[in-house]
Ligand binder design. Structure first.
Ligand code: ATP
Ligand code: MG
Length: 252
């Protein structure tokens, strides 16, 4: 099983939109996929129609996070074949404390996810926007940390913070994979940055996710763009992004 985290310390940059669309494309390509919603806001869970009443374990408890109880009963099916979900819960706002109490090296999430590899080929983590102890666990668990970057200076600064953090914590820079998100080519700054990517964006994905109404309409449909507007530029861009990531994530 490969683990793809969609992460940025910055909020509202298209993490959840990317996590949903990529997980759905992965599942459609035949990979048994599970999305773990680590954000107490629960946006990804909502897009995938998670209904807390359906979950046998209604709220996550400390025992699961400490590894004393199996994660299995929390897994939900979604409207899409091949795509399962571990929903978020408001209680997961305590995750930082629970994970830290279980042990002090940030491997707890990786260990919790390990049994999922029996059933799934891909784990997608939708991450909350914070640089916390949970984030350390995410960086330790992920094969790739996909970072949506809006083409603005502030967003680039957030990426540089992350690159510095990786350096100072001896994490491999190659694990970080930035991509342009919410790009509006009518804006001069967006065009300039995309056409001449600054140094931290040298290895940026070729696929650029446009600022598009189709992505906003995911909220009306509670579904990935591919399912209700497959000919849109946004659907095409997510497909292109998946095509770039798939070879890495399908490697043995
Ligand atoms: N490419 C896009 N074009 C237009 N709107 C977008 C795009 N991507 C995301 N949005 C909209 O922007 C808002 C934030 O998107 P999203 O929830 O994916 O960001 P996020 O980084 O996960 O936010 P948070 O940090 O709060 O978790 C949502 O209303 C979403 O519909
Ligand atoms: Mg989000």
């Amino acid at each position: 099983m490969k683990t793809l985290a969609v992460y940025n310390v910055k909020g509202g940059v298209g993490k959840t939109a990317a996590a949903i669309n990529l997980a759905s494309l992965a599942a459609a390509s035949g990979l048994p996929t599970i999305l773990w919603d680590l954000d107490p806001q629960g946006g990804a869970s909502w897009y995938l129609h998670a209904d807390r009443a359906k979950s046998p374990a209604k709220s996550p408890d400390k025992a699961i996070w400490r590894g004393d109880k199996p994660l299995g009963p929390r897994i939900l099916e979604t409207p899409q074949a091949n795509l399962h979900l571990i929903p978020a819960d408001l209680d997961s706002r305590h995750l930082d404390t629970w994970l830290r109490k279980s042990e002090d090296d940030p491997q707890a999430l990786k260990r919790l996810a390990q049994p999922l590899s029996e059933q799934y080929a891909l784990l997608v983590l939708d991450c909350p926007p914070s640089l916390s102890y949970l984030a350390d666990n995410i960086f330790a668990a992920a094969d790739r940390v996909l970072v949506p970057v809006v083409p603005t200076h502030l967003s680039l600064r957030a990426l540089m913070t992350l690159i510095d953090y990786f350096k100072s914590h001896d994490l491999p820079r190659s694990r970080l994979q930035p991509f342009w998100s919410m790009a509006d080519r009518r804006r001069l700054l967006h065009r300039m940055l995309i056409e001449q990517p600054p140094k931290p964006m040298r290895d940026v994905c070729r696929a650029v996710i446009p600022y598009a109404a189709a992505v906003e309409r995911m909220g009306e449909h509670r579904a990935p763009v591919e399912s209700f507007d497959p000919t849109s530029a946004a659907a095409e861009a997510y497909r292109a992004l998946w095509q770039e990531l798939a070879p890495v994530l399908k490697q043995p």
